[in-house]
Every structure is written in structure tokens, then in C-alpha cells.
Design a protein around this ligand. Structure first.
Ligand SMILES: [Zn+2]
Ligand SMILES: [Zn+2]
Length: 361
């Protein structure tokens, strides 16, 4: 843990007397949590949209899939209505929507971040590196995260790219540009299924299109009309092999209720996985269980501790966000300090009292 952070905070608490400690929690700034977010995530639309730091790779992934698939719809699926069956076109449209929807949901649904503890009591007691946790007659040692100042829940891990602890952390996906955790893994899995089906569909229909037209017309005539299908066949072959391997791997993980991280680290080599409920129940759980609510409240107002924590990150060069400047944070901190020192002073007309006095949520 950053000792400097603890000490400076401790100083502030002492300066403002013990009776101010409770107010310190309830007085809030005008800034919202997403504006002073200490992790590496990115936000837009006033904190409504949330994604990982490498969101640009999501756009690349969208292009890699969408451009060939749109060409497939225009040059292969649509002409195939007459020569194969009308349903070819409908299936293509369904897969196009399903892939894009599941991809966007994966990327924009908060993966299950565990909020950092931005408040320190001022105690200098040594914090144990691990804390024992009993589950299903097994004892786990929950590690303490020095960055988030919390004991991670079982199956959680800290993503060094996003700089957050995530519940049931699977992995940080470069293709999607964010973490996969307890809240968005379902959509990632559906994305894998739909995109794999799409690629096989493109491959099979393109081959059929070539075969049927080559039988009906001369080779040169057929070649001109099926040029897009030839290119799509070449494009879809390596992708179908890569994606089918990845999808089968994740089907295996779902059957065993394992995360990618747990699989590669061989976490349960000495014990039976206590989170597995059996193959069928694991599948039902993945597809139909209720998604737990998010623990982070991006549109709530930041209190003094949130501001103080981020200002320390700024000063120590550890702030990764791009939403706010240090002087804005310090301005809001001094406003709260003024209110603590002069609780009876009238609030400035320009200040919205709600933003200063309301509790979170
Ligand atoms: Zn990450
Ligand atoms: Zn952490």
C-alpha cells in the first residue's frame, strides 16, 4: 500500500477533528464517480457508456467481421435466394444482428469491477497479505490487492491493463477491448457461438454458390459472378479453424465452471472445483442465471475520499483516466474542506446544493 497516501490522509483527518469524520463521508462534490475514476477504463455519454482502455480494438474487430459479412449478404446470400433458398438470406441477417449485439453487450456491460476502497481509517496496523475464506469445506486464502485496497473475493483478479479487480475474472480480451468477468462473460460466450456459426455459414454458402453457378454456367461466367464467394471462402477458412478451437475451449470451461485464468493456472489441481454444480447446471447457470448488479455507481457524486484518492494518484503519476484535470479535483476538495470548517456558511448560489449534500445513489 502507498504509505504516503495513508499518512497524508491521516493528517487531514486529524486536522479536521474527529467529529468531522462522519461529515467527511456525507459531503459530496459536483464531480461524479466516472469523472474521477481511478482505473484505466474509458467513458462516454456522461458516464452512460463504459468500456475497456483498448476500445479501438473493438472497432477493428467490428470491421474484421462486418465488412466481409456485408459483402457476403450482398454478393452471396442475396443471389442465393433464387438458386438455393430464401432462408439463406434470413439466417444471414439474423447472424449479422446476433454477432454485433452480443459483441457490443460484451464490451459495454460493466464486467463486475470491485470498487477500490478509497477510505482509510488512519490506522497504521499491518494489513495481512491474505485472509482465509471458507467455502464448501475448502479454505481459500483471499489475497489483498495493494492497488484497490481490498481483499479480493474468490475467483476475482486484478487486471493490470484496466487496473481494476474484477469478480470471476476470466481474462482481458484484446478482441473485445475489455475484461470478461461475472457480468459480461455470458455475452462473450454468445458472441463466440454466433461468430463461429457465422463464419461456417459464410464458408458453406459460398462453396454452394460457387458449385451451383459453375454447373449452370460456363466456368468464366460463373467465376465472374462468384468472385466474392471465392474470396469469402479463402477468408473464412482460417477464421473458422481459429474460432471453432476457441469456442470448443470455452464450451469445456462452461461445462466445468472454470475461468480461463483458473484453467491456465490449474487452480483446482489438488481439490475438486467447489464452484462447479455439474455439467448441466453449469450451462443453465451461464445462460439463465440473474446477472448480479454492478457494484460501481458511475453517476453518483464523488465524496472527499474519492477526490483525495484520485488527487494522490495524480500527484504520484498513477492516474490513468482522461476525464478530469487535477485543478478541478483540488477545487472541489477545498470546497468540501470549507464546508467542514464552516458548516453554517451559506452555500454559494452557483452551487447546486443537491450535488454537495446528497448521499451516493
Ligand atoms: Zn482488463
Ligand atoms: Zn485490484
Amino acid at each position: 500500500m502507498n504509505n504516503n497516501l495513508v499518512e497524508t490522509h491521516f493528517e487531514f483527518v486529524n486536522q479536521n477533528q474527529i467529529e468531522n469524520q462522519n461529515q467527511n463521508h456525507t459531503l459530496h462534490s459536483k464531480l461524479k464517480i466516472y469523472q474521477v475514476w481511478p482505473g484505466n477504463n474509458r467513458f462516454c455519454c456522461s458516464g452512460k457508456l463504459f468500456t475497456g482502455p483498448d476500445w479501438k480494438t473493438l472497432i477493428v474487430t467490428e470491421f474484421i467481421f462486418n465488412i466481409p459479412f456485408i459483402l457476403f449478404i450482398i454478393f452471396t446470400a442475396y443471389p442465393s435466394i433464387k438458386i438455393i433458398h430464401f432462408s439463406i438470406f434470413l439466417v444471414a441477417l439474423f447472424l449479422f444482428i446476433a454477432v454485433n449485439l452480443s459483441l457490443l453487450l460484451t464490451s459495454f456491460i460493466e464486467p463486475g469491477i470491485i470498487p477500490r476502497d478509497t477510505y482509510f481509517s488512519g490506522s497504521f496496523q499491518h494489513i495481512p497479505e491474505t485472509k482465509p475464506f471458507e467455502f464448501q469445506n475448502n479454505t481459500f486464502e483471499l489475497p489483498y490487492c495493494d492497488t484497490c485496497n481490498i481483499y479480493r473475493s474468490p475467483r476475482a483478479s486484478h487486471c493490470s491493463i484496466c487496473d481494476n479487480c474484477v469478480q470471476k475474472f476470466d481474462h482481458h480480451c484484446g478482441w473485445v477491448g475489455c475484461d470478461l468477468g461475472i457480468r459480461n462473460y455470458r455475452f462473450f460466450f454468445l458472441f463466440l457461438i454466433f461468430v463461429t456459426l457465422s463464419i461456417f455459414f459464410v464458408f458453406v454458402v459460398s462453396i454452394l454458390h460457387i458449385i451451383i453457378l459453375t454447373k449452370e454456367k460456363t466456368f468464366s461466367e460463373a467465376f465472374v459472378k462468384t468472385l466474392a464467394s471465392y474470396l469469402l471462402t479463402i477468408y473464412s477458412l482460417p477464421f473458422s479453424m481459429y474460432l471453432s478451437k476457441l469456442t470448443f475451449f470455452h464450451c469445456y470451461l462452461v461445462s466445468k465452471n472454470l475461468t480461463t485464468r483458473e484453467y491456465y493456472r490449474n487452480i483446482y489441481k489438488d481439490i475438486q472445483n467447489p464452484f462447479s454444480k455439474g455439467c448441466c447446471k453449469n450451462w443453465i447457470h451461464l445462460l439463465f442465471s440473474k446477472i448480479p448488479p454492478s457494484k460501481i455507481h458511475l453517476k453518483s457524486f464523488a465524496n472527499y475520499n474519492d477526490l483525495f484518492y484520485v488527487s494522490e494518484l495524480f500527484l504520484n503519476g498513477g492516474y490513468c483516466g482522461n476525464q478530469i484535470e487535477i485543478n478541478q479535483i483540488q477545487e472541489e476538495m477545498s470546497k468540501i474542506q470549507n464546508q467542514l470548517q464552516n458548516p453554517n456558511e451559506e452555500i454559494n448560489e452557483n452551487d447546486d446544493p443537491k450535488t454537495n449534500l446528497l448521499d451516493k445513489n
